[in-house]
Design a protein around this ligand. Structure first.
Ligand code: BDR
Ligand code: CA
Length: 313
C-alpha cells in the first residue's frame, strides 16, 4: 500500500478526492495537511476535520499548514465564488468534533514522515505547493526520499483558470512551485490540460446521492460548484480537478505523460504560469530550465476511465 499524505484546501473537489482516497485499497491515508486556497487555512483545517469525521476516519491526523506563502506574504485571496464561503457550497456544515494536531506544522509533519518512511510516502498536493516547499526548506533531502509527489496544478498547453497564464493552485504560490520543481524528484503534475475534460454532470451528481451520508453530502456541496460552470462556461459539467490527481496516484496508466523540467513564472503578467522544457531548444545551449530534475507532466488522459473510477470510489 502507498502511504499517502494529502495536502489540501477543502474545497468541493478536494472533498471528493479525499473521500475517494479513504475508499481506495491502494492507499493508506496517513495525514491531511491543510493550506489556504479555496478557503483560508484555518477553515481548510476545520473542513478537513469535518471530512474525516464524515468518513469515520478520526484516526487520520489533520495538521494545519501555513497561512502565508513561501515568501512570507499573508494569503488574502480565496475562491469562495466557486466553492462557497464555507468551502462546501454554502451548506453550512456543523462544526467538527475533533481537533487538529497541535504539536507540529504541516511542513514538519511532511518532513518527519518522509524521513520516517523513506521511499514509501506519496504526497498528493491539492492546493498550492507552500507546505511542500516549506518542508523542503527544512530538509532538502526529502525531495529524493519521497516515493512521489503528485501535484494538481498548472496549465501547460492551454489557458489557466484564474487568468490566461495561470491556474489557481500555482498562482496561489508561484515561488513555492518553482522551488519544489527545482529540488524535488519523482514529481507528477496533473494540470488543467487533463482535468478540465474530466467532469460530472448534474445527473451524475444526482446519482451520487444514494441516501448514504457521504453521497448526500457530496451531492449537496457540489451544487454551487456545478452552477458556477453552467453560468460561466455554459456547460453541464463540474471539473474533477483534485479527484483526477488522485487517480494519477492509483492509476497512472490512464494518463499520457511527457517528461521535462518545469519552471514557474514569478513575474509580471505570466506570474503563476507553468512552462515545461520539452527539449525543442536543446540545440541552442543551456537555459533557465537546464539541469533541473525531470518532471512527469500529464498531457493526455482517458477521461472516461478516470470519471468511472472516481464515481466508483
Ligand atoms: C484547483 O483550484 C481549486 O479550486 C481546486 O480545489 C483545485 O485544487 C483547480 O485550479
Ligand atoms: Ca484543491
Amino acid at each position: 500500500k502507498k502511504l499517502l499524505i494529502i495536502d489540501t484546501d477543502p474545497g468541493v473537489d478536494d472533498a471528493m478526492a479525499i473521500f475517494a482516497a479513504f475508499n481506495s485499497p491502494e492507499v493508506d491515508v496517513i495525514g491531511l495537511t491543510t493550506l489556504f486556497g479555496n478557503v483560508k487555512t484555518s477553515l481548510a483545517t476545520e473542513n478537513a476535520l469535518r471530512l474525516r469525521e464524515l468518513a469515520g476516519r478520526e484516526d487520520v491526523p489533520v495538521i494545519e499548514g501555513s497561512s502565508s506563502t513561501f515568501a512570507g506574504v499573508p494569503n488574502k485571496r480565496v475562491a469562495d465564488f466557486v466553492h462557497g464561503q464555507d468551502g462546501f457550497g454554502n451548506t453550512h456544515q456543523p462544526r467538527p468534533k475533533g481537533s487538529k494536531e497541535e504539536a507540529m506544522s504541516a511542513a514538519e509533519f511532511i518532513q518527519q514522515k518522509v524521513n520516517q518512511f523513506p521511499g514509501r510516502i506519496t504526497i498528493l498536493a491539492l492546493a498550492s505547493l507552500t507546505n511542500v516547499a516549506l518542508a523542503l526548506s527544512l530538509d532538502e533531502t526529502i525531495g529524493s526520499k519521497w516515493a512521489e509527489l503528485v501535484y494538481l496544478g498548472g496549465a501547460f498547453f492551454r489557458n489557466g483558470n484564474v487568468n490566461p497564464a495561470a491556474e489557481a493552485n500555482t498562482l496561489g504560490d508561484p515561488e513555492a512551485a518553482d522551488y519544489v520543481f527545482a529540488l524535488g524528484n519523482h514529481i507528477k503534475v496533473v494540470g488543467l490540460d487533463v482535468t478540465v475534460g474530466c467532469q460530472l454532470t448534474a445527473a451524475d451528481l444526482d446519482a451520487l446521492d444514494d441516501g448514504s451520508p457521504h453521497g448526500r453530502f457530496l451531492h449537496a456541496i457540489s451544487q454551487t460548484y456545478h452552477a458556477f460552470y453552467a453560468k460561466h462556461y455554459g456547460i453541464n459539467g463540474m471539473c474533477l480537478h483534485d479527484p483526477t490527481a488522485f487517480v494519477a496516484v492509483i492509476a497512472p496508466e490512464f494518463f499520457k505523460w511527457t517528461e521535462g523540467s518545469v519552471r514557474v513564472s514569478t513575474e509580471g503578467i505570466t506570474r503563476g504560469m507553468t512552462i515545461m522544457d520539452a527539449g525543442f531548444c536543446n540545440w541552442v545551449g543551456p537555459n533557465a530550465w537546464s539541469g533541473r530534475p525531470r518532471v512527469q507532466v500529464a498531457l493526455g488522459v482517458d477521461e472516461t476511465k478516470v470519471v468511472q473510477l472516481i464515481k466508483g470510489r
